[in-house]
Design a protein around this ligand. Sequence first.
Ligand code: NAD
Length: 461
Amino acid sequence: MLNEIQTGNSAASVAIIGTGYVGLVSGACLADFGNNVTCVDIDNNKIKLLQDGRIPIYEPGLADIVARNTAAKRLQFTDSLQKALQGCEVIFIAVDTPPLEDGSADLSRVENVAREIGRLIVSYRVIVNKSTAPIGTVKNIKGWINEEISKRTEQGETTVKGICFDVVSNPEFLREGRAVQDFTHPDRIVIGADNEKSRAIIKEIYRPLYLNETPFIETNPESAEMIKYASNAFLAVKISYINEIANLCEKTGADINDVARAMGRDGRIGPKFLHPGPGYGGSCFPKDTRAIASIGRSCNARLSIVESAISANEAQKKIQVQKIEAAFGGRENLQNKTAAILGLSFKSNTSDIRESPAMEICHCLAERGMKLRVFDPAAMEEAELQFSGQKDLFYFAANEYDAANGSDALVILTEWNQFRNLDLKKIKTLLREPYFFDLRNIYSREQAEAFGLRYYCTGRP
Ligand code: NAD
């Protein structure tokens, strides 16, 4: 079968270990490319949902692809790694790599999976690491698998002696909220392999993209691992940079919208990631910046720019809270006031609230005695779980207007499209006091003030 894969004559059988944002999207899209895919996860509630045809995350377009490929029997779900590995040629690792206390990536899940693979494989396999992990992880995965194979040999399993396998780094660049589009139309595919055989097998899995002339960047494993961290850290730096310029605009009378628009027209800078706001969040930028900074420190090659972006991002969330305090005439005046919070996810089009600036700002406002009427189009369930200890301070609103009803301020924290066209006349009538904090700059001062709202934004006079 592997020979057939190499010559393009057969669909590959693929196992994806970890069925979260990356694993589920990759699994569904690889099945859509014609591969036979089994997604496996230790969270059997997640697997049961998927087996019942339900999608555990909010991700536009994903449900259709999952349904189509499940019906075509190219995509299945199991909580048994042993079952998933049966007959599969290529094994993707897509488990989470959360930050440890010191900022470095926790590789325990990757190690567990690698050791499990070492205990189960019976013939040549290509193991592909998609989890974001430090430089050297491919080598570590090889070591963990080899240790388990040696143990089996020592225990008398004669057939395993000399089993070959390759480990490849294939970092993932999808963005939540646009994950399907990103996976099927990527800017580039990075394959970090140390031999031609494994590289050719991975290229075959992505064949539809290869034929569409997606750039394939072939590197050694270490470069592939570095590309992922360096890319995420660069984007985080760009966001922190524009946020700091926005803060300076507020003090100087410049308008960040004009400044960013003109900067973005410079081909060397580009218009993306130049939108100021309450800071970056999510499950990637915060953890990946901390991880690469930690790698830099441990290699004695300090990444001072990334470290500054991390501090600037922490400060950015606090600055938003201070802005609200200042508008009300001081921190003490927030006590017993109510804020309508629009948006809890870390960005629009996702239910992901991991390290969301909106969640952190909510916690800070609640600490100051504010009551919060919160609304998010997709993240209400996740937020209810996280705020469960403070039910008296939080009201989970049915929609934007229910949140505004009787509040002293409207605070837009996430730029969901449906918040861009609010009935400001109605909002003004519903609010007890007319404070409007548009922290994502999706309205203009003129629009808001025309309805008698007291408008605060980011980086504009
Ligand atoms: P996630 O938390 O959504 O999913 C990880 C899944 O792995 C969970 O369902 C978990 O139960 C499962 N898992 C953990 N240990 C397991 C094991 N031993 N066997 C089987 N399943 C196991 O994480 P995610 O957001 O999909 O991220 C996965 C990796 O991809 C991370 O390293 C992340 O940095 C990277 N990444 C994420 C994104 C993103 O936008 N979320 C983008 C690019 C890269």
